[in-house]
Design a protein. Structure first.
Length: 245
């Protein structure tokens, strides 16, 4: 897969993509992440990327010229790229969107805003999609862009050491993940559930499914909205409710 990040703080992005899973995926040739400094696409000697807002108000607004300039120079073919603008007005990012993006054959280009806003003409004329990672305020679009790239990278075949990791991640099947344990078997009086030591894989799989359903019911019941459960899941949920009585 091909990603590009347009930012005025490229070091933030370089630091993250140079570590862990993303670093290994890049080394394997599974993805490329190009980082572009927006200031290189300004036309004045001060490399200005922002200005005061028309109509007054607090904060500065990022100018449209650099965004249009970099797009015309690097991505003139609209069919070869998908420009994503990080914006609170965008679709709220989730695992379904991560899976959607992981199937993209176009280069995914992330425009990272700073200051108060980006000139609206960038939104209306250049952005193919707008995404938000949540209802809160961040200083810039670099972290949200990296969150999305990280989530999509995990879905690329071969990116993870164990291909089953992405399959068992929280939200991959619409539910929260089950509890995980490792050695020691007993730590300060807290023992690993016996079923995980039994070697009976059918029992282990059922325990994990039951725990996943139980934790989701307790912490994120909204994830069940509009979800059609299998008869096995319905029976497990019935057991969970009986256990709690």
């Amino acid at each position: 897969m091909r990603f590009s990040v347009v930012t005025i703080f490229p070091d933030i992005v370089h630091a993250y993509i140079g570590a862990s899973i993303m670093k290994r995926a890049i080394a394997k040739g599974l993805l490329t992440v190009n980082v572009h400094d927006l200031r290189h696409y300004t036309s004045d000697r001060h490399r200005t990327v922002d200005d005061y807002p028309y109509g007054g108000g607090a904060g500065m607004v990022m100018k449209p010229e650099p965004f249009f300039s970099i797009t015309r120079e690097l991505w003139p073919d609209k069919g070869s790229r998908k420009i994503i603008l990080m914006s609170p007005k965008g679709r709220k990012f989730n695992q379904d969107i991560a899976m959607e993006l992981s199937g993209e054959t176009r280069e995914l280009v992330f425009f990272c805003g700073r200051y108060e806003a980006i000139d609206e003409r960038v939104h209306t004329c250049l952005a193919d999609d707008e995404l938000s990672i949540g209802d809160y305020v961040l200083t810039g679009g670099e972290l949200p862009s990296l969150v999305i790239i990280d989530a999509v990278t995990r879905l690329i075949p071969g990116a993870l050491g164990d291909s089953r990791s992405a399959e068992y991640d929280s939200f991959s099947c619409g539910l929260l993940d089950f509890p995980h344990y490792t050695r020691p078997e007993n730590f300060e009086g807290m023992a690993v559930p016996g079923v995980l030591l039994s070697g009976n894989h059918a029992d282990i799989d059922r325990w994990r499914r039951k725990e996943s359903l139980r934790i989701t019911m307790l912490k994120r019941p909204d994830l069940f909205e509009g979800r059609k459960l299998s008869s096995d899941d319905e029976n497990i949920i019935k057991e969970i409710k009986e256990d709690s009585e």
